[in-house]
Design a binder for this molecule. Structure first.
Ligand code: AMP
Ligand code: ZN
Length: 483
């Protein structure tokens, strides 16, 4: 499989460091507020990557941090601690805030069918790890103490800008706003490894360290947690594009200075979800959440479908209209899966092999999820029995995560219930994919029949046939399907 590597600015064949395992690290959420659906775009795409790696037969160990300390309101070590800000806003303790929003994050993930990483580690659980790494960095001359804080000296590196020296645009897209100068820094890009001093109200959680009581900088947590669980090398590191600079750049600086060798091979960055008024941002306070989508009647998986329709390396514009379209298409897809009724035929292995190849080719080309979705439609259109189609849909959906077969079963059950209800009520029942236009035509035809206007009924049946719709009359009502 080929993946675009932000570190080399090229699509490269993915080959893991160790043949038996892929080590994958994902920057986790800062748990001071709900995740917005922009954040979740990144987690959906990272989930697809993990699932596709597994689909390709790799064993994956995936680690994610939970930032519950040390992330200041700018990514460049200035401002208040985000967690403290959240605690003040809600009049709760920092730990209560962390617990509440961590649970909320995983509940959103569950609704979006995002698998929980194998290891989820809160930043506050690994303080000794960071102290060990920072001590070694100071000893090696990469770390210095100034104004009570420990800084990383970026001038000691041969190359600091990993992601943006080839392409200045990467930095422009990625950089987070609001970076101020810190007079303790020897060089503009130096960053804090350990804080004991802040000009803002102090962090609530503090630990003893060789440099005084304080707390870790944000960047060190990902290096520490990754090394704790995945050792000294990493295959893939992921995050949203705003993580590329300074967060990932600093992670690489400190990790490689500490290890004395290359740390991570592939860097994957997901472009942002934007609204027409710009980037969605947690710190601005106003944002769209999964709960809000649900309140407005959307299935969270329709949002997942919406994300998969576009490529992760392109910005995605959110609008309600776009989401409506995605939800309509998703519902139709589920209905088409629900219309596949298995008989007692065998799965056609030749069709499976050909269709699988089609899907692997799409996804293996830097996770082309929109072509991955097209592969689902190709299966539905294929010359094959329902058993074969269901097997393939289930197979591809292990990666796409749209819960297609589960939703199809639910739809069949709901339709069956509707049939028996309508039959009990003696009414006209229409079942099909849930397309309002077709439902209306089928209903008009049923009413025409009931009124013994057979000419109109036949005319409507012909009209539907021209649209590729077959109507079957059952004792309970009309059932339509695409042919
Ligand atoms: P945070 O909780 O702010 O640390 O962000 C969690 C993840 O969401 C990080 O990987 C960010 O890069 C990513 N992210 C932030 N904003 C967006 C956005 N608008 N679209 C996509 N990903 C985002
Ligand atoms: Zn990180």
């Amino acid at each position: 499989m080929y993946l675009y590597n932000s570190a080399t600015h090229r699509k490269e064949e993915f080959v893991p460091n160790h043949p038996d395992i892929v080590k994958m690290y994902t920057c986790g959420p800062t748990v001071y507020h709900f995740a917005h659906i922009g954040n979740l775009r990144s987690y959906i795409m990272e989930d697809v990557l993990e699932k596709f790696l597994r689909f390709e037969g790799y064993h994956v160990k995936r680690v994610m941090n939970i930032t519950d300390v040390g992330h200041l309101s700018s990514d460049g070590d200035t401002g208040e601690d985000k967690m403290l800000k959240g605690a003040k806003r809600e009049n709760k303790s920092v730990m209560d805030i962390a617990r509440f929003y961590t649970d909320a994050f995983f509940s959103d993930c569950e609704k979006l069918n995002i698998k929980r990483p194998d290891v989820v580690e809160p930043a506050t659980a690994c303080i000794s790890e960071y102290i060990r790494i920072i001590s070694a960095l100071v000893e090696k001359g990469y770390g210095y103490v100034a104004g009570g804080n420990v800084y990383f000296d970026t001038s000691k590196l041969e190359r600091y800008y990993i992601f943006n020296d080839h392409d200045a645009e990467d930095l422009a897209v990625g950089v987070r706003e609001g970076v101020e100068e810190d007079v303790n820094k020897r060089n503009k890009n130096d960053f804090v490894l350990w804080f004991t001093q802040s000009k803002f109200e102090d962090q609530a959680l503090k630990w003893d360290s060789p440099w005084g009581v304080g707390y870790p900088g944000w960047h060190i947590e990902c290096s520490g947690i990754s090394m704790k669980h995945l050792g000294e090398d990493l295959d893939i590191h992921c995050g949203g594009i705003d993580n590329a600079f300074p967060h990932h750049t600093n992670e690489i600086a400190q990790s490689e200075a500490y290890l004395g060798h290359k740390w991570c091979n592939f860097w994957m960055h997901v472009l942002h979800l934007n609204t027409n008024s710009g980037k969605m941002s947690k710190s601005k306070g106003e944002f769209l959440t999964v709960s809000l989508l649900e309140e407005k009647g959307y299935d969270p998986l329709a949002y997942r479908f919406f994300c998969l329709q576009s490529h992760y390396r392109k910005g995605l514009v959110f609008s309600w209209e776009n989401l409506d379209n995605a939800q309509g298409a998703y519902r139709k897809l589920v209905a088409r899966a629900a219309a596949l009724v298995p008989g007692d035929g065998a799965v056609d292995e030749a069709v499976v092999a050909a269709q699988r190849e089609n899907f692997r080719k799409a996804m293996g080309n830097d996770l082309n999820t929109s072509l991955g979705i097209t592969a689902l439609y190709d299966v539905l259109k294929a010359e094959a029995n329902a058993e074969t189609k269901l097997a393939l849909l289930g197979d591809f959906d292990q990666v796409l995560g749209l819960r297609l077969l589960e939703k199809a079963a639910q739809k069949r059950e709901a339709d069956a219930k509707a049939v028996s209800n309508a039959s009990a009520a003696g009414g006209i029942l229409i079942t099909g994919e849930g397309d309002p236009e077709i439902d209306a035509l089928v209903r008009r035809r049923a009413e025409a029949k009931k009124a013994k206007d057979f000419a109109l009924a036949d005319q409507l049946r012909a009209q539907l046939k021209d649209m590729g719709i077959e109507v079957v009359d059952t004792k309970d009502g009309a059932v339509w399907k695409r042919v």
